[in-house]
Design a protein around this ligand. Structure first.
Ligand code: ADP
Ligand code: MN
Ligand code: MN
Ligand code: MN
Length: 339
């Protein structure tokens, strides 16, 4: 007896990496082994020395194929087993470990947009749909486009055992969101990459594509973000650490460092309009959806909880975003003795 292992990895496409996958047949009971691929076809190597290594790091049931088949998320390594430059997970590992005692948790809100041909799903062939207002969390065929795909994706994520925690229709027609977490830094990012692959794969069967483009429709339409909710144990137990984290994210060169690594085309999305703060001005506030970082109202009432970094783009790399947030905030929390 055999089963199918779908190996997933992140490629070297610039400026935004893409997911790739291929199938390996394994004997019943086998652990997914190290494998390889042609890096010259994924912008990760030159043709004359093209072999790269796939190192399995996370596997789960494959809800597309079902049965005993699995998905296998991999890190990309050189043949000497050192991490390839496109392997951002390798950079997160030591940072997550260094600050492990903080008990960091992340919940990421992944927004995305369905496209059919060259138009967002639900956009008419000529002109534009009715302006934003009724679509967010809407109901009815005049407002909702692609729900059957979204429901299927949710079921697939659950069947895969991913830590998906909710879905909602977004502000623009054809735009949706799913949330992953709260989970540890490596887990939330691993689950997010697999959930993204399942999104593309699920929509494929409906003849629809999904994009994480940060500004998929020009004009007076919301962009697509990946609000990143963050807490440490100290933040979940008290309010001073909440403020320490908010201040740390605004300190010195940190705002620019973060924004520059929060996804391609961030200036086109963080304009100061459409529930965003300008990309080059850091701010934080309670309940403030026009701030870079929001403290949810309930967190202020409870005097403990988590913060929401609203800046990451939908097309961000969760390995990079979680690494920067843990590094910046946990360094400051340690200095303040708030571990
Ligand atoms: P919004 O009101 O911004 O749309 P959502 O409900 O979409 O909020 O997302 C909130 C996210 O915050 C969820 O992914 C949830 O898992 C996450 N979250 C809740 N509590 C915590 C916490 N203590 N630490 C980190 N993330 C958290
Ligand atoms: Mn949300
Ligand atoms: Mn949203
Ligand atoms: Mn949010």
């Amino acid at each position: 007896m055999t089963f199918k292992a779908e190996y997933l990895w992140i490629d070297g496409t610039e400026p935004t990496a893409k997911l790739r996958s291929k199938t390996k047949i394994l004997a019943a009971g086998a652990e997914p082994p190290v494998w390889g691929f042609d890096g010259s076809s994924t912008n990760q190597a030159e043709g004359h020395s093209s072999d790269l290594v796939l190192q399995p790091v996370f596997s789960c049931p494959d809800p597309i194929r079902g049965g005993g088949n699995i998905l296998v998320l991999c890190e990309v390594l050189h043949t000497d087993l050192t991490p390839h430059p496109s392997n951002t997970r390798a950079l997160l590992r030591p940072v997550a470990e260094k600050y492990a005692e903080h008990g960091s948790l992340f919940g990421i809100e992944q927004e995305y947009t369905f496209f059919e041909g060259s138009r967002p799903l639900g956009f008419p062939e000529n002109g534009f749909p009715a302006p934003q207002g009724g679509y967010y969390c809407g109901v009815g065929a005049d407002e909702i486009f692609g729900r059957e795909i979204v429901e299927k994706h949710l079921d697939n994520c659950l069947a895969a055992g991913l830590g998906i925690s909710g879905i909602n229709a977004e502000v623009m027609p054809g735009q949706w969101e799913f949330q992953v977490g709260p989970l540890s830094p490596l887990e939330v990012a691993d689950h997010m990459w697999v959930a993204r692959w399942l999104l593309y794969r699920t929509a494929e069967d409906f003849g629809v594509s999904a994009t994480l483009d940060a500004k998929p429709a020009k004009g007076d339409w919301n962009g697509a973000g990946a609000h990143t909710n963050f807490s440490t144990r100290a933040m979940r137990e008290g309010y001073d650490p909440i403020i320490t984290a908010c201040e740390a994210l605004g300190d010195g060169d940190k705002p620019l460092l973060h924004v520059k690594n929060y996804g391609t085309g961030i200036e086109s999305r963080l304009t100061g309009l459409h529930e965003t703060a300008p990309w080059n001005e850091y701010s934080y506030g309670v309940s403030d959806r026009g701030a870079s970082v929001r403290i949810p109202w309930q967190v202020e009432v409870d005097r403990k909880g988590y913060i929401e970094d609203r800046r990451p783009n939908a097309n961000c790399d969760p390995y990079v975003v979680t690494r920067l947030i843990v590094d910046t905030c946990c360094t400051a929390l340690e200095k303040a003795g708030q571990v």
